[in-house]
Design a binder for this molecule. Sequence first.
Ligand SMILES: *Cc1c(COP(=O)(O)O)cnc(C)c1O
Length: 360
Amino acid sequence: MQIPIAKPFIGEEEKQAVIQVLSSGSLTSGPKVAEFEKAFAAYHGAKHGVATSNGTTALMAAMMAHDIGPGDEVIIPSFSFFATASCVLSTGATPVFADIDPDTYCLSPEAAEAAITPRTKAIMPVHLYGLPADMPRFQAICEKHGLVLLEDAAQGHGSAIGERRVGTWGTASFSFYPTKNMTTTEGGMVLTNDDEIARKLRMIRAQGMNTQYYHEVVGYNFRMTDMAAAIGLVQLGRLPDWTCSRVGNGNFYNQHLESVKTPKVPEGYTHVYHQYTVRVPDGVERDAVTKRLNERGVGVRVYYPLPIHKQPVFQQRDGYKSVTLPETEKATLQVFSIPVFPSLTDEERAYVAQEINAAC
Ligand SMILES: *Cc1c(COP(=O)(O)O)cnc(C)c1O
């Protein structure tokens, strides 16, 4: 067997939707983008959706809409994809890394609060692997200290705490990259309940214009195309079923994996298993296990093998060489993710579980 780590799905409906857009003559942002924004925001229970060219530009636009810039600090986890930090750098602000909760792998509220200084402007937890960060705690911390709450929800489509989905606590950025829980090929979206932030996001996305050729703020071209939005509308329709399949696969692994630590899902949380990530016990060499599994046809990956603060980009900058984040650094050596995509068959997941139990 050869089982990949991810298997994006594009069906006949997506293809037809793209052809329809091309035939309509709408070659950039148009009615499909507006329709997709409304539908994606409504699915999460947020007031506004602003679609962008990708998840990275969604994050950048969110930073700019909150006037984050030079002199400001933004507290983020180091255990994430690099864009979580590069969007802060892109504004001239300073990323401040705080450690994770070792059970959920998400930013620790205590560590984040301890990292607050007079320069702190915002906190941005990441819903890592599809598990919401502890948003009620982050909301309370941000209210207490007068900080902006952001969400890197690039991996969190549809995940929730109780009935409340991510994207409704703070200004939240999503990605529709092919391996995410739904795709538009490249694409992103910012959700917000704040009318003024939504207005600024729309300007930043399109050259800072409020009316054509009058530039109110510095903006860029972060637009999504109608072709991408048309794919997104079809994929959003498939998302509830796909999430059920991911959760079903996750529950199967929870029951069948023996030696590795399985994901912890706090009471009342909906984990959408963008990744199903396990952890080898102390003393087991993770890289030997992942090598063996890949040789046996089980596509496993490490997200992420090097924490962001240890990346060359940060090691060359002042102030980061001395940063130590023990839980982050330990997790990067012990975790690996296994196939959990919706179309994984019963046979395939049984094989994955058997091979993991044999390998470690
Ligand atoms: C995918 C991802 C991004 C970036 O999204 P792109 O669409 O690839 O630009 C940002 N943050 C996290 C946590 C991601 O997983």
